[in-house]
Design a protein around this ligand. Structure first.
Ligand code: MTE
Ligand code: CO
Length: 424
């Protein structure tokens, strides 16, 4: 018999401030249905929005969501980091549908705040083991052949708080360090070809122009394969938070490599052993050794609805929804269980299935009001099956922060409230 794990040492209620779960449960939430002989004033009486003229076309030169969507925002966890300039906030996955993350909701991770760069003054330098060191302006880059591709970016620290047990109560916080947008940019291999890479070149150093000057070493094979130097996301210029005017797109690999505000690429014959690949973004194993240069983001999935911030409201017909992704290819199948793993069914994948992109899945189900233990597991095009958290811990120990792609469990209670738990 499976049972939910006890809450960890941190109080989840404290964490959520009570605001999110308030109003959960079944009372008073039944769907209004037409009843003969009972007129509905929302239909029979003329409402204000039908009575008065609305705002004209010039009121919103750059559109924003309806005022009734105020809850759909990025959120941070105040006690997670010491300062907001070196911090992270999270994508509200439970409020979204389809596969594209709206630009204003993409999670942000900065090491030195958001650089405020005039594109006219931005330069990208390529030097080191090249025949001809080059400096590109944004105008130079915009005159080169460009490509459009949809890819997820996941921080290697996504789900990092969950290594030792269920912790944060909401998929925004457990899984929200991921976003998925369409990038427009120039293949890095074209820029490198202009500079002429020397035969002994093996690694590149990518460096940002922000106050942290964040840098990472990248193997040249990846750079010559599918890396884009992007200036647009979702059809418009990159947002300042996402690296305006230029960022690296490293499909399927950990978010830390996707250097924002990209200003310099040095070509070398070995990795630089930068801070972010020695003291950070390494995985400390139980025996004291560390895994290093663990670039790939392995297959992962999460049920976004229901979830702690999006409880079930109504018995009967319901839609379970979620996201799956793999840094090694496409999502082939997603399995979902409602009873803690006794029975699994194939989820219905809907919408486009792109390489190294978020993929949307659904299970349309009837809920009789019983407790549910919901899990999803992704299978990618290499045949890899998303592991359980226990399977991960057997190999990786419990020191880790990064690369936690274990199966998530949500416990839906009889009143619809939903909690982050582990079963075993
Ligand atoms: N690039 C620079 N220049 N500075 C940074 O702080 N953060 C990295 C990466 N690139 C960072 C950066 C990390 S750890 C991640 S996960 C991604 O950017 C986050 O990208 P996002 O802010 O678009 O979500
Ligand atoms: Co990161």
């Amino acid at each position: 018999m499976t049972s939910p794990a006890k809450p960890g040492p941190l109080s989840r209620r404290h964490f959520l401030g009570g605001a999110v779960v308030a109003g959960a449960g079944l009372a008073g939430t039944s769907i209004a249905r037409a009843e003969p002989g009972k007129p509905d004033p929302l239909i029979t009486e003329v409402q204000d929005w039908s009575r008065y003229l609305g705002e004209g076309v010039d009121k919103r030169p750059y559109g924003t969501p309806s005022r009734f969507e105020k809850n759909v925002i990025r959120r941070d966890v105040s006690w997670l980091t010491a300062s907001p300039e070196s911090s992270v906030n999270f994508t509200p996955l439970h409020e979204l549908d389809g596969i594209i993350t709206p630009s204003g909701l993409c999670f942000e991770r900065h090491h030195g705040g958001i650089a405020d760069i005039d594109p006219a003054n931005h330069r990208l330098m390529i030097h080191g083991l090249v025949d001809k060191p080059l400096v590109f302006t944004m105008e130079d880059i915009r005159r080169m052949p460009r490509q459009n591709r949809i890819h997820f970016l996941e921080c290697a620290a996504n789900s990092g708080m969950e290594w030792r047990g269920a912790q944060l109560n909401g998929c925004q916080f457990t899984h929200g360090m991921v976003h998925n947008v369409m990038y427009t940019g120039v293949p890095l291999k074209l820029l490198l070809a202009e500079a002429g890479v020397k035969a002994n070149a093996k690694w590149l150093l990518l460096e940002g122009a922000d106050s942290s000057g964040m840098n990472r070493s990248l193997p040249i094979e990846k750079a010559l394969d599918d890396v884009l130097i992007a200036f647009a996301m979702n059809g418009e210029a990159l947002r300042p938070e996402q690296g305006y005017p230029l960022r690296a797109v490293i499909p399927g690999w950990e978010g830390n490599l996707w250097v924002k505000w990209l200003r310099r690429i040095e070509v070398g014959d070995q990795p630089w052993q930068a801070r972010e690949e020695t003291s950070k973004y390494t995985d400390l194993l139980a025996d004291g050794r560390s895994r290093r240069f663990t670039f790939f983001m392995d297959a992962k999935s999460v049920v976004t609805n229901p979830s702690p911030q999006a409880p079930l409201k109504q018995k009967g017909r319901n839609v379970l929804s979620g996201l799956a992704w793999s840094g090694r290819g496409t999502i082939k199948r997603v399995d979902v269980t409602l009873d803690g793993g006794r029975n699994w069914q194939h989820a219905r994948i809907d919408g486009p299935v792109f390489d190294k992109s978020l993929t949307r899945f659904y299970v349309d189900f009837d809920w009789a009001g019983q407790d549910l233990l919901i899990q999803s597991r992704a299978i990618d095009s290499t045949g890899y099956l998303q592991p359980t958290k226990e399977e991960l811990r057997k190999i990786r120990g419990t020191n880790s922060i990064y690369h936690n792609n274990g199966i998530q469990t949500w416990h839906v209670k009889a009143n619809g409230e939903t909690e982050n738990v582990e079963i075993g």
